[in-house]
Write a new protein. Structure first.
Length: 134
């Protein structure tokens, strides 16, 4: 066989990426302790569900994501569902957008507090220096 091992399956990389993005959302939810969340039902009621839709809604409920962020994560969930259930091959453009959303989510959830911590310390030092206390 010549070429990379996946050469006979050119769509495999895009499909694995689409499924992996879904897996990252699952993993982040689990890491944050979000196991379920409220999912609207067709009859107008809401049920707590442990599927990915419920976990995304649980991220909002727990304050880890905004409504807009959750809507974006649902779009990624749809890509992952289509890959898993219909062997859909996402476009590279869609995957680049999806990876941007994932990168934003990871930064917002895990990194922003550490990134801004020096700003809080600087503010506290200024206030202390100026005699205003904290």
């Amino acid at each position: 066989m010549t070429g990379p091992p996946h050469a006979p399956f050119p769509a495999l990389g895009e499909m694995l990426c689409g499924a992996g993005i879904r897996g990252i959302i699952e993993g982040v939810s689990l890491d944050l302790g979000v196991r379920r969340g409220p999912v609207p039902q067709a009859d107008g009621t809401t049920r707590r569900r442990s599927n990915l839709q419920g976990k995304i809604e649980g991220l909002v409920e727990a304050g880890h994501a905004t409504r807009k962020e959750a809507d974006a994560l649902h779009e990624l969930r749809f890509i992952g569902n289509d890959v898993a259930h219909s062997l859909y091959r996402p476009t590279r453009r869609d995957l680049v957008i999806a990876l941007d959303v994932i990168e934003h989510m990871l930064f917002q959830v895990f990194q922003i507090e550490a990134t801004t911590r020096p700003l809080s310390r600087s503010r506290a030092a200024r206030r202390s220096r100026d005699g205003q206390g904290i």
